[in-house]
Design a protein around this ligand. Structure first.
Ligand SMILES: [Zn+2]
Length: 266
């Protein structure tokens, strides 16, 4: 029996088949819940609302071929979640605005690892979670962020603590707008995370990321996706069934048993 995968889900959702939606709910609502809590803690009822909105075969989320790789899919899913929730009710703008030019200027002395600590701060991750995501110790994250704060303070007329985190949404939007021809494919980051790269590639990737906020953001989002998947457990059949039914997904009776067995075979 072939196991049902993310690849099958993307194909089925594109074709508006109930199997795809059922798999999305079962496997990815825990990831979605985690991401919503990260960015919109306290806004009630979001999970069902965004699931409804994602269940649209025309959504750009289902159009991209690369999304068959689970982490690439979750990385794109995160962007779509933020877009949908912001459309629903936009977050407060930052009190003092940062932009990429300011960051480039201020953070010039920071290494590529230190920049990732700072970027993950902009994504709202605590030092503890960041250390787990980066597989490094908490004190390195604390030190890099304190240093970034000082560096920003030096170039800004107005400064206050927490500016980086406050500007996360803005910086994320600015960074995704700077995709260039030489930007790295998601696979480069997956290979890096999985330790499948040569020393030369690592050097090349780091060299590029030092000059490109798009790629630094992209790498941090891949790290986030990897982490969110690892920390989330798919719903059990008992948990998934009521939610699937509530969302109006009707699985074909005849195939239901075999399909669920394939989905829960992992
Ligand atoms: Zn780039």
């Amino acid at each position: 029996m072939a196991i049902y995968t993310c690849f099958d889900m993307v194909r089925d959702c594109r074709g508006n088949r109930p199997e795809g939606w059922a798999y999305l709910v079962t496997n990815y609502s825990p990831v979605i819940r985690r991401l919503l809590a990260q960015y919109y803690d306290g806004r009630p009822g979001l999970l069902e609302r965004v699931l409804q909105q994602l269940m649209n075969p025309q959504s750009t989320l289902w159009a991209a071929p690369g999304h068959a790789e689970e982490r690439i899919f979750v990385c794109a899913l995160r962007q779509e979640l933020l877009r949908l929730v912001e459309l629903d009710a936009a977050s407060q703008p930052p009190s003092i605005e940062l932009d990429l030019e300011i960051l480039t200027q201020a953070l010039e002395p920071l290494t590529v690892i230190e920049r990732q600590y700072v970027w993950l701060e902009s994504m709202g991750y605590s030092n503890e979670l960041t250390a787990q995501m980066m597989n490094l110790d908490v004190s390195s994250s604390e030190a890099a962020r304190a240093r970034a704060d000082e560096l920003l303070r030096n170039v800004l007329d107005q400064w206050r603590r927490g500016l980086v985190a406050e500007n996360g949404l803005t910086l994320g939007r600015l960074a995704t707008g700077t995709l260039g021809e030489r930007c790295l494919p998601a696979k480069a980051y997956l290979d890096t995370l999985d330790g499948r790269i040569t020393w030369q590639h690592k050097k090349d990737y780091e060299f590029h990321m030092m000059q490109c906020w798009y790629c630094l953001d992209h790498f941090c989002r891949i790290r986030e996706a990897d982490f969110a998947i690892n920390k989330s457990k798919p719903l059990s059949e008992e948990e998934a069934s009521p939610l699937i039914a509530k969302l109006g997904v009707v699985l074909p009776k005849k195939e239901k048993k075999g399909l669920l067995a394939r989905m829960f075979a992992k």
